[in-house]
Design a protein around this ligand. Structure first.
Ligand code: PMP
Length: 355
């Protein structure tokens, strides 16, 4: 890595002025040089520290983006209500944004979710409706219930994170430019997994445009998602098969947020859970980073992509959130054993599985 790039990567990018509330604190996250993995591969592996957003995840950007878009279009007025179907970080981001802007927040989620998540959303002032965990095709699915609830309420919006492209746009105007600036455009590859596809499409589109196509954009996909086979088979959409412990990612369809960008993706990497689990523990041991499974999966993919692009290449990915929201699973011996994943942790790292 060049001295100039090192200086940029290491600088925290602090502004000298205070930012304006929760909203002002979203974004401008550091880009972390993952030293040990870079040394091991002879490449530069970089992780965008999205866990440092004020609501704790990459979804703060999308949550803010969809709310600001609805305000701009006059769909959401003071005192209004924001409704979403979500089981995770989007709901947390929206609940924060709503509190900071004075909106009501209503979240529909499958009733299989942990009590901690329901409690957290309620502590953030959201009204939470756990509903039967039924498939998307069923009208009682949490997404449809959220849409119907918003339709019946005056001055309410359904933010529709999967198909509302204000989500990807938030990454196009913030995450993408930040990564470009932090690497001074010296970026050979970018890879990340998708839930809604907002991060991959928003960041990917920006980096492709700015680099004139030089920066390759690769999808990282967990088991149980159809996108890896879609991209590697030239556009065939199979049924979902298999499952993964990586929460918040994996997809069964081409969302509006991925849209036509799916055709501009250079390639796809399939990352099994064993590799993601090993990387969670490895990042903790070698970098002191306490990250969730989607971040670890992204880093595995970044290493694989760097190796494909060759020695000396620079690849960036996204560190989506911290492990705090999942620690009762990811650091529990018993839970990992029930998933057949305990032995994926190398012997010298098993000491971290303390629960
Ligand atoms: N990681 C985590 C932990 C998430 O919650 C999400 C969003 N569901 C993602 C990654 C994927 O982000 P996106 O929706 O932008 O594809």
């Amino acid at each position: 890595m060049s001295a100039a790039l090192r200086a940029t990567v290491l600088s925290r990018g602090f502004t000298s002025r205070a930012v304006d509330g929760f909203v002002g604190a979203v974004g401008n996250t550091p880009l972390i040089h993952l030293k040990k993995l870079s040394e091991k591969t002879g490449c530069t592996i970089l992780g965008k520290a999205e866990f440092q957003n004020p609501g704790g995840s990459v979804k703060d950007r999308a949550a803010l983006g969809v709310v600001q878009d609805a305000e701009k279009r006059g769909l959401l007025k003071p005192g209004g209500t924001v409704v979403e179907g979500t089981a995770g970080n989007t709901g947390i981001g929206l609940a924060h944004v709503c509190r900071s802007k004075g909106y009501k927040c209503v979240i529909f989620m499958p009733n299989t979710q942990s009590q901690e998540k329901i409690d957290l959303l309620r502590m953030l002032g959201a009204e939470v409706y756990p509903v039967p965990a039924v498939a998307y095709e069923n009208p009682k699915n949490y997404n449809h219930q959220a849409r119907e609830f918003a339709e019946q309420l005056p001055n309410a919006i359904w933010t529709d994170q999967f198909d509302n492209t204000a989500n990807a746009q938030a990454h196009y105007v913030s995450t993408g430019p930040e990564i470009w600036e932090q690497t001074q455009g010296k970026l050979d590859g970018f890879t990340c997994a998708t839930g809604t596809g907002g991060t991959l499409a928003g960041v990917g589109r920006y980096l492709k445009e700015k680099s004139g196509g030089r920066t390759q954009i690769w999808l990282a996909d967990p088991p149980g998602s159809v996108l890896y086979s879609y991209i590697t088979s030239g556009g065939k959409l199979n049924e979902r098969a298999g499952s993964s412990i990586t929460e918040g990612i994996g997809q069964g369809r081409i969302t509006n947020n991925l849209g036509t960008f799916v055709n501009d993706i250079s390639g796809a990497l399939h990352i099994p859970d064993e590799k993601s689990i090993e990387m969670i523990y490895d990042l903790l041991d070698t970098e002191g980073l306490y990250l969730g499974a989607s971040s670890a999966l992204n880093v595995v993919a970044a290493v694989e992509l760097a190796q494909k692009l060759g020695r000396g290449s620079t690849v960036a990915t996204v560190l989506c959130d911290g492990a705090y929201r999942y620690q009762s699973r990811l650091f529990s011996k018993a839970w990992l054993k029930t998933k057949g994943l305990y032995d994926a942790i190398p012997e010298h790292l098993k000491k971290y599985a303390v629960l």
